[in-house]
Design a protein around this ligand. Structure first.
Ligand SMILES: [Zn+2]
Length: 428
C-alpha cells in the first residue's frame, strides 16, 4: 500500500467535483492484484484507519485523476503545427506523406516512445489513439504502452481509397489484419483495440461493411473515427454516400454506432444525428484546439446536452496544437463561449476538468475503471503544483474557492504544473 497527503480532487456520480483541501489517497492491490484506489477523502477522517502506514507528505500539491485523451494520433506527433489551408489540404500535404513512414517498425516504435513520454509529461494516463494503416504501427504502439503499464487503446487505420500509395490499404487484407490485431492485443494487460476507419470518405462500402461486421463480432472492442469536422468534408461525404441520411448516418448504415464507439469532432451534426448518437451510446471526442487551429467550427455543448449525448475532451494532435490537457480545457472554454454560430455558454472549471477525466472515461465505457479517484478505480493520477510559475503561485494563493483554483490552473497551466504522473500506482 501507498498513501499520499495532499489536496485531492475527485468527481461524484453526477460529475460534480469533490475536493479535500487536506486529503489522503491510499492505493494498493485489489483482489485481482490490480493497483487501485483503496481510499480517498479527508486526511483527518481517514488516516486513523491505516495505523502504521507511511504517508508521503505532498501538502501544497493537488492530486487529481490522470487525464484521459479521447482522440489523438500518435503518428502525427511530428505533424503538430503544420501550416495548411484547412483539413483536406492538411491531410494531403502533411499527414499522409508523414504517415507513410510508419510501415517501418523501428521508426514507428521510436515515435511511439516519444509520444508516450509527452503524454506522461502532460499528465495523460489513458489515450484512445489512431495508428496508421500499417499493422506495424499498431504493434509498435501497443508494445511501448505495455512496457509502461499504460491503459491504452489504438487500432490500424482502415483507408482503402482516396488516399495516396504508401498509406492506402487493400480491402480484404485490411480486415484480416484488423482481426489478427484484435486477437493479438485486445484485453492484454491494460490494452484495448479500436476498429479504426479513418473517416467515411477514405473507405469503400465494402471496407465499412467489414468493419461493422467485426464490430458486431467483437462487442467489447472500441470503434473510432471522425465525423462532421469541416463543411467541405461533410459535402464530400454526402456526394460519396448519397443514400445515407447524413454523414453520421453513413456509420449507422454500416453498424458502426454503438457503445464504445467514439467519433472525433461532431461539429456539423443536426438534431436527428445527436439523437442517434445518444440512442446508440456513441460518444463525441471534442477536439477544440484542433477545431480552432484548422478553422473547422465550434462543438455545440448545449445541443449535445439537450440530446443526452456522451462526450469528452481530446487533443487531436497533430490537428490539435498541444498535448496539454490544460490547453485543451482552455480551448474548450473558448469554444463554449463562442455565441455567433450557436448558443454561447460558460463551461465551469469543474465541467471542463470532468470532460477530460471522469467524463471521458465514461464515454469510453471505462467509468469506475480510470479517470477518477474513487475507491476501486485504477491508481492512475497526477500530482500538480499550483505554484509552478510565479503568476500561478500568485493567482492560486488568492483563489477563494475550488472554481477559482481550477480555473487558474486551466488558464495558466501547462506541463510545468505536472510534477508527477503515476500509472497503476507506480511513478512514470
Ligand atoms: Zn483526428
Amino acid at each position: 500500500m501507498k498513501a499520499y497527503r495532499a489536496a485531492l480532487l475527485r468527481f461524484d456520480d453526477n460529475g460534480q467535483p469533490l475536493y479535500d483541501a487536506d486529503g489522503l489517497l491510499v492505493t494498493g492491490p485489489d483482489a485481482r492484484g490490480r493497483q487501485v484506489v483503496l481510499a480517498a477523502g479527508d486526511h483527518g477522517g481517514l488516516v486513523g484507519r491505516y495505523p502504521g502506514l507511511a504517508v508521503e507528505d505532498l501538502r501544497g500539491h493537488l492530486i487529481a485523476p490522470g487525464f484521459v485523451d479521447l482522440h489523438v494520433h500518435y503518428p502525427q506527433t511530428d505533424v503538430i503545427g503544420a501550416p495548411a489551408d484547412g483539413l483536406l489540404p492538411w491531410l494531403e500535404h502533411y499527414t499522409f506523406p508523414h504517415e507513410s513512414r510508419f510501415s517501418d517498425p523501428a521508426y514507428a516504435r521510436s515515435v511511439a516512445e516519444f509520444f508516450f513520454d509527452e503524454l506522461q509529461r502532460h499528465g495523460v494516463t489513458t489515450a484512445l489513439t489512431f495508428a496508421t494503416s500499417h499493422p506495424a504501427s499498431v504493434d509498435a504502439a501497443f508494445g511501448a504502452a505495455q512496457a509502461r503499464g499504460l491503459r491504452f487503446i489504438t487500432g490500424k487505420c482502415l483507408q482503402d481509397r482516396h488516399c495516396p500509395d504508401g498509406v492506402r490499404d487493400q480491402t480484404e487484407q485490411s480486415l484480416i489484419d484488423t482481426e489478427a490485431l484484435i486477437r493479438r492485443w485486445h484485453g492484454v494487460d491494460r490494452l484495448g483495440y479500436a476498429i479504426t476507419p479513418r473517416f467515411a470518405p477514405t473507405s469503400t462500402d465494402a471496407q465499412l461493411r467489414g468493419a461493422g461486421e467485426l464490430a458486431a463480432r467483437y462487442p467489447d472492442v472500441w470503434i473510432q473515427s471522425h465525423v462532421a469536422e469541416n463543411q467541405d468534408e461533410v459535402r464530400w461525404a454526402a456526394e460519396l454516400f448519397p443514400r445515407s441520411r447524413s454523414y453520421l448516418g453513413v456509420y449507422d448504415d454500416f453498424g458502426l454506432l454503438r457503445q464504445r464507439a467514439i467519433y472525433a469532432h461532431c461539429i456539423w451534426l443536426d438534431e436527428e444525428d445527436r439523437a442517434l448518437m445518444a440512442r446508440t451510446g456513441t460518444a463525441a471526442a471534442i477536439s477544440p484546439t484542433s477545431n480552432l487551429f484548422l478553422g473547422s467550427g465550434f462543438f455545440d455543448h448545449a445541443a449535445a446536452d439537450a440530446a443526452g449525448m456522451r462526450y469528452g475532451l481530446a487533443s487531436d494532435v497533430g490537428g490539435g496544437t498541444s498535448f496539454s490537457p490544460f490547453h485543451t480545457m482552455l480551448a474548450a472554454y473558448y469554444v463554449g463561449r463562442e455565441g455567433q454560430t450557436k448558443a454561447g455558454l460558460s463551461l465551469t472549471p469543474g465541467q471542463l476538468w470532468w470532460q477530460h477525466t471522469t467524463g471521458a472515461a465514461a464515454a469510453l465505457g471505462l467509468g469506475g475503471v480510470v479517470g477518477n479517484l474513487q475507491p476501486g478505480c485504477e491508481a492512475d493520477f497526477v500530482v500538480l503544483d499550483p505554484k509552478a510559475t510565479p503568476l500561478l503561485a500568485r493567482k492560486t494563493e488568492q483563489a477563494g474557492n475550488l472554481d477559482e483554483l481550477l480555473f487558474a490552473l486551466i488558464v495558466l497551466g501547462d506541463d510545468r504544473v505536472v510534477r508527477r504522473t503515476v500509472l497503476a500506482g507506480a511513478q512514470a
